[in-house]
Design a protein around this ligand. Structure first.
Ligand code: UDP
Length: 340
């Protein structure tokens, strides 16, 4: 069974391709390589023994999108990762984020309609909850105002798919990721930050290896147990496997409606300082960090109630925070070896 994965050379996309291939799917990968490297395809091949078919196109180009999807009308589904994902960058460059994340979604959905692709899985984010009234957040927790343009593009994306699902027969799943971290245990794939890393864990590993001088902890005066922000950090391979399960759920027609939402988090809130501590413990490295001001666009705390994914998808996290931090560190060391 063929699956189209957009953003497939990216961080979560590449790990998901491995999981899909290891579960018998044939994968077609689409990416514009704006924030990823073609190396991911070789990494995938090293793990699975097969290089997925790759189309280097930008989904903001509707003609190119239709061209590619028309050649894969037999696909059982599309998993749509392709998007920009940095909270801080989106505050600085809102138009880039609205244009890239919304236009590409509109084009890929137009292709779903045109070529009757039966199933669609969308990468959403816990940032859609904003500063939530209750923790942990369930899929029914009321969404608050988006704290960043990035988060807003995910709220808009969900709304677009919700409205699309009312008039189109395709089946849809929205997966709200909490904070994916870590790398494949083989160290053949992982996150490859282009230029300066934006997310916490690659910033930590790059500081430890000497690519970055010092990590700044964005704020220690939040109302949390140690003053730093709280997130739900989840191993990328756990997130990846949830996509395979989500697709199987749709293929086996186990979905209750043609649009379903699932939180993908561990259920555990962890502070920035606790992440640093876990890194130091597993790597044996002392991290050079300092406390700085709060970052615009950050929510104070968010972590998941993941019961729905566990019950309905049969999904369970396999990896701990320490496993994830160790794999992130091993990947950083591997990137040095590979010259990435
Ligand atoms: N963070 C930090 N220093 C950094 C990068 C991130 O203190 O250099 C904090 C950030 O304020 C947030 C957490 O780490 O509380 C996770 O941020 P990240 O950008 O990784 O993911 P987000 O939750 O914004 O999607």
């Amino acid at each position: 069974m063929k699956v189209i994965v957009t953003g497939g050379t990216g961080y979560i996309g590449s790990h998901t391709i491995v999981d899909l291939m290891q579960n018998g799917f044939e994968v077609v990968c689409i990416d514009n390589l704006m924030r990823s490297k073609e190396y991911a395809l070789s990494g995938i091949e090293k793990i699975t023994g097969t290089k997925p078919v790759f189309h280097y196109i930008d989904l903001c180009n509707k003609d190119a999108t239709f061209d590619v999807i028309s050649g894969h009308k037999d696909a059982v589904g599309i998993i749509h990762f392709a998007a920009l994902k940095s909270v801080g960058e989106s505050v600085e460059q809102p138009l880039l984020y609205y244009h890239n994340n919304v236009d590409s979604l509109l084009n890929i959905l137009a292709a779903v309609k045109e070529f009757d692709i039966p199933n669609f899985v969308f990468s959403s984010s816990c940032s859609v909850y904003g500063n939530a009234d209750e923790l942990p957040v369930t899929e029914h927790t009321l969404m608050q105002k988006a704290e960043s343009p990035y988060a807003h593009t995910k709220q808009i994306g969900e709304d677009i798919i919700r409205n699309f699902s009312k008039v189109h027969s395709s089946q849809h799943i929205l997966l709200r990721y909490f904070n994916p971290i870590g790398a494949h245990p083989s160290s053949f794939i992982g996150e490859i930050p282009i230029d300066k890393p934006n997310n916490l864990v690659p910033y930590i590993t790059q500081t430890a290896i000497g690519k970055m001088q010092q990590l700044t902890v964005f704020g220690d005066d939040y109302e949390t147990r140690d003053g730093s922000c709280i997130r739900d950090y989840i191993h990328v391979c756990d997130i990846a496997h949830a996509h395979t399960l989500a697709l199987q759920h749709l293929l086996h027609k186990e979905n209750e409606s043609n649009i379903e939402v699932f939180n993908l988090g561990t259920g555990m809130g962890v502070s920035v300082l606790e992440v640093i501590e876990a890194f130091e413990k597993v790597s044996g490295q002392k991290l050079n960090y300092t406390i700085g001001p709060r970052r615009a666009g950050d929510v104070v705390a968010v972590y998941a109630d993941n019961t729905k994914a566990e019950v309905r998808l049969g999904w369970k996290c396999q990896y701990s925070l320490e496993d994830a931090m160790l794999s992130a560190w091993n990947w950083e060391l591997k990137m040095r070896e590979l010259g990435l």
